[in-house]
Design a protein around this ligand. Structure first.
Ligand SMILES: Nc1ncnc2c1ncn2[C@@H]1O[C@H](COP(=O)(O)OP(=O)(O)O)[C@@H](O)[C@H]1O
Ligand SMILES: O=C(O)C1=C[C@@H](OP(=O)(O)O)[C@@H](O)[C@H](O)C1
Ligand SMILES: [Mg+2]
Length: 173
Protein backbone atom coordinates (compact mmCIF):
# COMPACT_ATOMS: atom_id res chain seq x y z
CA UNK A 1 0.00 0.00 0.00
CA UNK A 2 1.33 3.44 -0.93
CA UNK A 3 1.38 6.05 1.78
CA UNK A 4 3.49 9.09 2.66
CA UNK A 5 6.58 8.44 4.78
CA UNK A 6 5.64 11.60 6.63
CA UNK A 7 2.74 14.06 6.76
CA UNK A 8 3.31 17.59 8.07
CA UNK A 9 0.49 19.56 9.71
CA UNK A 10 0.35 22.78 11.74
CA UNK A 11 -0.76 26.41 11.61
CA UNK A 12 0.11 28.81 8.81
CA UNK A 13 3.78 29.85 8.94
CA UNK A 14 4.73 26.98 11.21
CA UNK A 15 7.06 25.98 8.36
CA UNK A 16 5.26 22.98 6.84
CA UNK A 17 6.25 23.75 3.25
CA UNK A 18 9.80 24.84 4.11
CA UNK A 19 10.56 22.04 6.57
CA UNK A 20 8.72 19.40 4.53
CA UNK A 21 10.78 20.29 1.45
CA UNK A 22 14.06 20.07 3.39
CA UNK A 23 13.13 16.79 5.08
CA UNK A 24 12.19 15.27 1.72
CA UNK A 25 15.52 16.41 0.25
CA UNK A 26 17.42 14.94 3.21
CA UNK A 27 15.62 11.62 2.75
CA UNK A 28 15.89 11.66 -1.04
CA UNK A 29 12.12 11.28 -1.48
CA UNK A 30 9.62 13.46 -3.38
CA UNK A 31 7.85 16.35 -1.69
CA UNK A 32 4.21 17.22 -2.23
CA UNK A 33 2.08 20.07 -0.83
CA UNK A 34 -1.71 20.03 -1.04
CA UNK A 35 -1.88 23.81 -1.57
CA UNK A 36 0.26 23.35 -4.70
CA UNK A 37 -1.94 20.40 -5.76
CA UNK A 38 -5.09 22.55 -5.50
CA UNK A 39 -3.39 25.29 -7.48
CA UNK A 40 -2.30 22.82 -10.18
CA UNK A 41 -5.77 21.27 -10.41
CA UNK A 42 -7.59 24.59 -10.69
CA UNK A 43 -4.95 26.59 -12.55
CA UNK A 44 -5.25 29.41 -10.05
CA UNK A 45 -3.73 30.48 -6.73
CA UNK A 46 -5.08 29.68 -3.28
CA UNK A 47 -5.57 33.40 -2.69
CA UNK A 48 -7.56 33.80 -5.91
CA UNK A 49 -9.69 30.76 -5.06
CA UNK A 50 -10.69 32.37 -1.77
CA UNK A 51 -11.52 35.64 -3.52
CA UNK A 52 -13.33 34.20 -6.55
CA UNK A 53 -15.09 31.17 -5.07
CA UNK A 54 -14.93 31.51 -1.27
CA UNK A 55 -13.43 29.42 1.49
CA UNK A 56 -16.00 26.54 1.35
CA UNK A 57 -15.05 25.77 -2.27
CA UNK A 58 -11.37 25.87 -1.37
CA UNK A 59 -12.00 23.46 1.52
CA UNK A 60 -13.77 21.00 -0.82
CA UNK A 61 -10.85 21.08 -3.22
CA UNK A 62 -8.40 20.80 -0.35
CA UNK A 63 -10.01 17.71 1.22
CA UNK A 64 -10.10 16.02 -2.19
CA UNK A 65 -6.41 16.89 -2.69
CA UNK A 66 -5.48 15.45 0.72
CA UNK A 67 -7.37 12.20 0.03
CA UNK A 68 -5.68 11.86 -3.35
CA UNK A 69 -2.20 12.57 -2.00
CA UNK A 70 -2.61 10.16 0.93
CA UNK A 71 -3.56 7.42 -1.53
CA UNK A 72 -0.85 7.98 -4.13
CA UNK A 73 2.14 9.84 -2.62
CA UNK A 74 4.98 7.93 -1.01
CA UNK A 75 7.24 10.83 0.01
CA UNK A 76 6.79 13.77 2.38
CA UNK A 77 3.37 15.45 2.28
CA UNK A 78 2.66 18.93 3.67
CA UNK A 79 -0.95 20.00 4.19
CA UNK A 80 -2.38 23.52 4.32
CA UNK A 81 -2.90 24.82 7.85
CA UNK A 82 -6.69 24.49 7.71
CA UNK A 83 -6.87 21.01 6.17
CA UNK A 84 -7.55 19.49 9.61
CA UNK A 85 -10.82 21.44 9.84
CA UNK A 86 -12.39 18.68 7.74
CA UNK A 87 -13.60 15.74 9.88
CA UNK A 88 -13.19 13.43 6.87
CA UNK A 89 -9.57 14.52 6.47
CA UNK A 90 -8.90 13.98 10.18
CA UNK A 91 -10.37 10.47 9.93
CA UNK A 92 -8.26 9.68 6.87
CA UNK A 93 -5.10 10.91 8.58
CA UNK A 94 -5.69 8.84 11.70
CA UNK A 95 -6.65 5.75 9.68
CA UNK A 96 -3.61 6.12 7.38
CA UNK A 97 -1.19 4.98 10.07
CA UNK A 98 1.27 7.59 8.74
CA UNK A 99 3.72 9.44 10.91
CA UNK A 100 2.06 12.86 11.22
CA UNK A 101 4.23 15.70 12.53
CA UNK A 102 2.59 18.77 14.08
CA UNK A 103 4.89 21.75 13.66
CA UNK A 104 3.95 23.94 16.59
CA UNK A 105 4.46 27.71 16.61
CA UNK A 106 3.47 30.63 18.82
CA UNK A 107 1.51 33.68 17.70
CA UNK A 108 4.49 36.05 17.80
CA UNK A 109 6.76 33.86 15.65
CA UNK A 110 4.00 33.07 13.18
CA UNK A 111 3.00 36.74 12.85
CA UNK A 112 6.63 37.72 12.32
CA UNK A 113 7.07 35.08 9.61
CA UNK A 114 3.83 35.95 7.81
CA UNK A 115 4.41 39.73 7.83
CA UNK A 116 1.95 41.44 5.55
CA UNK A 117 2.14 38.85 2.79
CA UNK A 118 -1.05 38.59 0.74
CA UNK A 119 -0.50 34.91 -0.07
CA UNK A 120 -2.61 33.79 2.88
CA UNK A 121 -6.05 35.33 2.39
CA UNK A 122 -7.25 34.49 5.91
CA UNK A 123 -4.36 36.52 7.36
CA UNK A 124 -4.60 39.48 4.99
CA UNK A 125 -6.36 41.90 7.35
CA UNK A 126 -5.36 41.36 10.97
CA UNK A 127 -2.77 38.58 10.97
CA UNK A 128 -1.92 38.60 14.66
CA UNK A 129 -5.50 38.40 15.95
CA UNK A 130 -6.42 35.87 13.30
CA UNK A 131 -3.41 33.70 14.10
CA UNK A 132 -4.26 33.77 17.81
CA UNK A 133 -7.82 32.60 17.09
CA UNK A 134 -6.62 29.95 14.62
CA UNK A 135 -3.95 28.55 16.91
CA UNK A 136 -6.40 28.19 19.81
CA UNK A 137 -9.24 26.73 17.77
CA UNK A 138 -7.10 24.30 15.82
CA UNK A 139 -4.73 23.02 18.50
CA UNK A 140 -7.09 20.15 19.47
CA UNK A 141 -7.41 19.18 15.79
CA UNK A 142 -3.64 19.05 15.24
CA UNK A 143 -3.37 17.04 18.46
CA UNK A 144 -6.04 14.60 17.21
CA UNK A 145 -4.25 13.75 13.97
CA UNK A 146 -0.56 14.03 14.90
CA UNK A 147 1.77 11.36 16.22
CA UNK A 148 4.71 13.69 16.93
CA UNK A 149 4.93 17.38 17.92
CA UNK A 150 7.97 19.52 17.09
CA UNK A 151 8.26 23.11 18.43
CA UNK A 152 9.43 25.72 15.91
CA UNK A 153 9.11 29.06 17.76
CA UNK A 154 12.41 30.91 17.79
CA UNK A 155 14.22 27.94 16.24
CA UNK A 156 16.13 27.86 12.95
CA UNK A 157 14.78 25.67 10.16
CA UNK A 158 17.84 23.41 10.32
CA UNK A 159 17.08 22.53 13.97
CA UNK A 160 13.45 21.85 13.19
CA UNK A 161 14.41 19.63 10.25
CA UNK A 162 16.83 17.66 12.44
CA UNK A 163 14.10 17.19 15.09
CA UNK A 164 11.59 16.02 12.52
CA UNK A 165 14.04 13.49 11.12
CA UNK A 166 14.92 12.26 14.62
CA UNK A 167 11.38 12.22 15.96
CA UNK A 168 10.09 10.22 13.05
CA UNK A 169 12.89 7.71 13.15
CA UNK A 170 13.85 8.60 9.58
CA UNK A 171 17.55 8.52 8.88
CA UNK A 172 18.88 10.49 5.95
CA UNK A 173 20.71 8.21 3.48
N1 LIG B 1 11.78 27.80 11.97
C1 LIG B 1 11.65 28.91 11.22
N2 LIG B 1 12.25 30.06 11.59
C2 LIG B 1 12.11 31.19 10.87
N3 LIG B 1 11.39 31.31 9.73
C3 LIG B 1 10.76 30.20 9.31
C4 LIG B 1 10.83 28.95 10.02
N4 LIG B 1 10.10 28.04 9.35
C5 LIG B 1 9.57 28.69 8.28
N5 LIG B 1 9.97 29.98 8.25
C6 LIG B 1 9.59 31.01 7.27
O1 LIG B 1 8.21 31.29 7.50
C7 LIG B 1 7.53 31.52 6.25
C8 LIG B 1 6.39 30.54 6.13
O2 LIG B 1 6.93 29.21 5.98
P1 LIG B 1 6.10 28.08 5.25
O3 LIG B 1 7.01 26.92 5.09
O4 LIG B 1 5.45 28.62 4.02
O5 LIG B 1 5.00 27.75 6.34
P2 LIG B 1 3.61 26.96 6.19
O6 LIG B 1 3.72 26.09 4.98
O7 LIG B 1 3.49 26.20 7.47
O8 LIG B 1 2.58 28.03 6.07
C9 LIG B 1 8.60 31.38 5.16
O9 LIG B 1 9.07 32.66 4.84
C10 LIG B 1 9.69 30.55 5.81
O10 LIG B 1 10.98 30.83 5.29
O1 LIG C 1 -4.63 27.93 7.65
C1 LIG C 1 -5.38 28.04 6.65
O2 LIG C 1 -6.61 28.02 6.74
C2 LIG C 1 -4.73 28.15 5.32
C3 LIG C 1 -3.38 27.90 5.22
C4 LIG C 1 -2.65 28.03 3.94
O3 LIG C 1 -1.58 27.07 3.90
P1 LIG C 1 -0.27 27.20 4.84
O4 LIG C 1 -0.64 26.67 6.20
O5 LIG C 1 0.75 26.35 4.17
O6 LIG C 1 0.10 28.63 4.90
C5 LIG C 1 -3.59 27.80 2.76
O7 LIG C 1 -4.00 26.46 2.70
C6 LIG C 1 -4.78 28.70 2.86
O8 LIG C 1 -4.33 30.05 2.77
C7 LIG C 1 -5.58 28.49 4.14
MG1 LIG D 1 2.52 25.78 3.26
Amino acid sequence: MTRPVLVVVGPPASGKTTVGTAVAAALGVPFRDTDADVEATTGTTVADLFVQHGEPRFRELESAAVARALAEHDGVLALGGGAVLSPATRELLVASGCTVVWLDVDVASAAHRVGLSRDRPLLAVNPRAMLRTMLEARAPLYAEVSTVTVPTAGRPVTDVVADVLAATGQVAP
